[in-house]
Design a protein around this ligand. Sequence first.
Ligand code: M6R
Length: 622
Amino acid sequence: MCGIVGYIGKKQAAPILLDGLSKLEYRGYDSAGMAVYDGKQIQVQKAAGRLKVLDEQTHGGSTMPGTVGIGHTRWATHGAPSDSNAHPHYNQDKTIAVVHNGIIENYLKLRKKLQKKGFVFRSETDTEVVAMLLGYYYKGNRNSDDAGDPGDPGDPMEAIVKVMHRLEGSYALGIIFADHPDVVYSVRKDSPLIVGQNAEGSLIASDVPAVLKYTREVYFIQNEEIAVLKKDAISFYNIDGEEIEKEPKKIEWDINAAEKGGYEHFMLKEMYEQPKTVSDTLNPRIKDGRIVIEELGMSDDEIRALRKIHIVACGSAYHAGITGKYVFEGLARIPVEVDLASEFRYRDPIVEEGTLIIIISQSGETADSLAALREAKKRGALTLGIVNVVGSSIAREADRVMYTWAGPEIAVATTKAYSAQLIAEYLLAIKFALVRGKLSDEAAASMIKDLKAIPAQIQMLLANKEDIQRFANRYLAARDVFFIGRGIDHAISLEGSLKLKEISYIHSEAYAAGELKHGTISLIEEGTLVTAVVTQENLYKKVLSNIVEVRTRGAFVMAVTNEDNTEIEKTADYVVYIPKTNRFFANSLAIIPLQLFSYYVSVGKGLDVDKPRNLAKSVTVE
Ligand code: M6R
């Protein structure tokens, strides 16, 4: 989704803005732009395409002199990706410039009203109404019926507050006024926004990686708050324009975590970080051989009183939730429902007493997941966020938060954050099972041993990358790929399929293996690749029959299975073995060859692995 940055300080703004925007590229975008005050007026430069187009147009920012500015990467929602729709947007007389992340839901109504008053729009975007409306109020229009008096400018804060009262939807805004070149204003409602400062200036950004190089102390702007940045001071206000106090948070991330560090792509680097991510999420929660999840804040009685778990998430986090269903139900015998956040929020869900609602999210900013969390709270459930980004909206708003310590994840296709989400679920499930008397101490100890072995086992699987790359290279021209599995293996298949389609643009589908013959099998042709995940011993034979069914119809079958299941070589065409683990944890290992396969198909096709078309890292709009 869109990324915003802003700078005011002693240095030239444009190169800092370009650098900040490059750190937000992972969010997904199709155009970029900057506005810089040059001492006389606000200069805007913007272009459809990659950031390098803007970089080249401005010679690394050198053609835009000035020490105050805002920048933007746009992920198109209202209006096609084009130069004119790219941000920043001006007000009518080009004395105000605005960048925006979010959606203004009532923009059409506002646009029509402004058009009636003579405002002429230059783009199709929802954002431009913000710029025009700011201009309207700033020029002295005290209310919407006022004819306006251009000779009577209001103050920027007053105009911003008025605009905030008129806007519906979500927004993080960066705003500069030519009349007030010593200030950058920023405002937030339901879209992420942070601000920070160092000895040389003050910055705004949509996410931490954009400011990490300059400061580790950041302020998280909350809903309907305004930050006023000067080169040596930042002050905060509420929607009534009253000054408020805020405490900065220290960001502990390793700065190198947001750099490629010698890897060809972030995705490859992040896959290789999985052993560490798993250890970092696991180890602090195992003390003297026991699972201790302090942040859960639930007494044993409360855990025993749980009647239902509801897991709500989007994309890969939803797939982690489906694995969670098998693990929580299998181990702790608690009924689990899993919902897509975009469905949960509108389906009038039944939330009874004794329900724990778990929201899983890497970014902690996914609009649907955040809305689902709010809905869950409204319905009186206890909510737990399994979140990666510290201080994100879901982390702040959930009753409890369990962090997955994966560090910054930059590639759009999630790998290490997903792996960490699985670990968080395993820990919770074992804990719940123990407290509810469904698991003996000995069984739990053996499971903990298996969990501790996972990092080294992932390492081993990653070492097999060349073999998988060779195999992947045979499928660069594939039209369709199918993933099949039963039980937990179906959950792995869903994630494997999503990984492939999002970065290789090959159509793929995941099916519960037994369901294939109820329709989808008609799509299998000579040579179609079917990936069968076969890690659940009690289901070996069943999946084997499904493999035979598709092979009979011409499919080429790649099987991902346990190291003891060598029999499968008689049936499958290509086999990848995973080391021995507890059956509930198979997902953590089986997903590794599937991630590698997707990665190498994308590399082989010469695609933009880290920033696949049309996708955004953090989906902050509905
Ligand atoms: O930040 P979140 O975990 O809430 O994001 C959810 C999905 O948007 C995300 O998992 C998406 O599906 C990824 N691109 C998958 O690789």
